[in-house]
Design a binder for this molecule. Sequence first.
Ligand code: HEC
Length: 138
Amino acid sequence: MNIFLNKYISIMRILLAIMFLFLFVSCSKANENYENYIKNNPPKYEEVIFYYDDFDINNGEKKFITLTCSNCHSREDNVIIGPGLKNIYKKGDNYILRSILYPDEYILEGYKNLMPNIYKNESRKDIEDIIAYIKTFK
Ligand code: HEC
C-alpha cells in the first residue's frame, strides 16, 4: 500500500514539474519571439528616440480616444480587436513607440495585422503623450 502511495506521489511530482515547465515556456515565448524577430531583421530595427520629455497625460487620454486606439484596445487585459494594454509599460518605451509608428513590423502572436499604419503621420507630441498615458494602465 505504502509503495503504491509513494509511486503515486512521485508521478504527481513529475507531472507538476512538467506543468511548471510548460507554464514557464509559454510565458517567455512572446518575448522570445520578439527578440528572435529583431535578431533576424536587424536592418529594420532601430532604436526610436523620444523627442519630448514633458508628457501631458490628459492630452494622451484624449488622443487615445480620438485617434481610435480605444476602439481596439482596452485599458485592462481583455481583447477587443487588439490586445488589452494593461501592463504594456513592461515592454519598454522603444517597443511601444515602434508598435505605434510601425505596427506591421512585428505582429503579436495570435493577432492579425489589423492595426492601422497611419500614426507616424500624427503629431509626435500626441503620440508621446499617448504612450505616457497607456503606461499608466496597471
Ligand atoms: C483597428 C484596430 C486598432 C487600432 C485602431 C489600434 N490598434 Fe494597436 N493593435 C491592434 C492589433 C490587432 C494589435 C496586435 C497586432 C500587432 O502586433 O500589430 C495591436 C498592437 C498594439 C500594441 C502592441 C501590444 C503588445 O502587447 O505588444 C500597442 C502598444 C498598440 N497596439 C497601441 C495602439 C495605440 C496607442 C493606438 C492608437 C494610436 C492603436 N494601437 C490603435 C489593433 C489596433
